[in-house]
Design a protein around this ligand. Structure first.
Ligand code: PLP
Length: 398
């Protein structure tokens, strides 16, 4: 470890709460798909701030939009109307069939609000007492009390009880279990279409459509968590569009404002009616500065057809990694993903592989102990993915 990093680490650990298992890496700046450490060493970033930096770093159109908006208006209360938030919602709604948006500041806040909206819709619009939200094992929905309760991973709940009531977690991918889990109290199903943190678990087409049909039949709301899968990453604008689903509510965050904090709840007009003045709010949500950044991001995403790029490159990446798997069948058990959300599952705990790749200048994530997770910027080059595969093969050789 470099002396610069050692010194920064020591200062950081004195004053910052110890909640992150950090990489042995200090970052000083980024440009395009590259990050630079404290000494100026270059890294290929195949993690993109966990699916946040979809356009990489210091993208000229994003920085220009932020600069210009900062000169005009950074924050104004949601008690007032403003152009940036309105125009952003208009553009966002051109990407889906849903009707209205609520802007907030993070993924957890978006899911928390979606859960509130589903309950209020059951109570105030349908006049039902249904309140329970069904979610799946292996899911990840956030770190607030309600969203960590919704999350299907025990380690995330450790030490935080009592947890809020009204959640039921069921196994992933079993329709019979889903059917029998539903009761008079069921208000909504909340799920990702591809579990990201959970290890790139892809919902089957058959399950997705059956789940939607059950929701329609029983008056249950379908909420899709698009926080990781949304905004072009899976090769369609939204992950659920790969399946032809029509969620009542979906949530977005991560890449939405190209690196500034922003989340969104998107709902059908019918469901959105359940919120009225005073029922839900957040001070910073959809402020002019983040909204301007998000508008600039959506403009580039749509204009440059980056979801299509993610689909094509994702296919190429999968073929490259499958070839690696062929050469190391005893070390790689699976390669899976959709678009540029890719998992390479090892047959053994991957910490040493992850670290060796970092030493070779490639930043990726290790999830569920054995799965190398890649969420590169949507502007990543094919050559970078090939170089990564070559580095991975070198590491696996040893
Ligand atoms: C990251 C993530 C969240 C939580 O988002 P935060 O902005 O960290 O609160 C929720 N759901 C999914 C699927 C995520 O990937």
């Amino acid at each position: 470890m470099s002396t610069l990093l050692e010194r920064l680490k020591e200062r950081n650990e004195k004053v910052i709460m110890n909640t992150y298992a950090r990489y042995p890496l200090g970052v000083s700046r980024g440009k395009g798909t590259r990050l630079y450490d404290l000494e100026g060493r270059e890294y290929v970033d195949l993690l993109a701030g966990i699916a946040v930096n979809a356009l990489g770093y210091s993208h000229p159109e994003i920085t220009q939009a932020i600069r210009e908006q900062a000169d005009k208006l950074i924050h104004v209360s949601n008690l007032f109307y403003q152009e940036e938030q309105t125009a952003l919602a208009e553009t966002l709604l051109t990407t889906c069939d849903n009707g209205q948006v609520f802007f907030c500041n993070s993924g957890a806040e978006a899911n928390e609000g979606a859960i509130k909206l589903a309950r209020r819709y059951q109570h105030r619009i349908l006049n039902k007492s249904a309140f329970e939200v069904i979610t799946f094992s292996g899911s990840f929905h956030g770190r607030t009390l309600a969203t960590l309760t919704a999350t299907g991973q025990d380690k995330i709940k450790d030490g935080f009880d009592p947890l809020p009531a009204g959640f039921k977690i069921i196994p992933w991918g079993d329709l019979e279990v889903l059917q029998s889990a539903i009761g008079d109290n069921t208000a909504a199903i909340l799920t990702e279409v591809i579990q990201g943190e959970g290890g790139i678990n892809i919902m089957s087409q058959e399950y997705a459509l059956a789940m939607e049909r059950i929701c329609r039949e029983k008056g249950i709301l379908l909420i899709i968590d698009e926080i990781q899968t949304g905004l072009g990453r899976t090769g369609r604008f939204w992950g659920f569009q790969n399946y032809g689903l029509k969620p009542d509510i979906f949530t977005s965050a991560k890449a939405l404002a190209a690196g500034l904090p922003m989340g969104a709840i998107v709902a059908t007009p019918e469901v959105a009616k359940a919120f009225g003045p005073g029922s839900h709010a957040t001070t910073f949500g959809g402020g002019p500065l983040v909204s301007a950044a998000a508008r600039a991001f959506l403009k580039v995403l749509i204009r440059d057809n980056l979801s299509e790029r993610a689909a094509v490159l994702g296919q190429i990446a999968k073929e490259i990694f499958l070839a690696t798997k062929e050469r190391f069948p005893e070390k790689i058990s699976d390669v899976r993903g959709l678009g540029l959300l890719i998992g390479i599952e090892l047959t053994f705990p991957g910490k040493d592989v992850w670290k060796a790749l970092l030493d070779k200048g490639f930043i990726i994530n290790l999830t569920q102990d054995k799965i190398l997770r890649l969420l590169p910027p949507l502007i990543i080059e094919e050559q970078d993915l090939m170089n990564f595969a070559a580095a991975l093969e070198e590491v696996l050789q040893n």
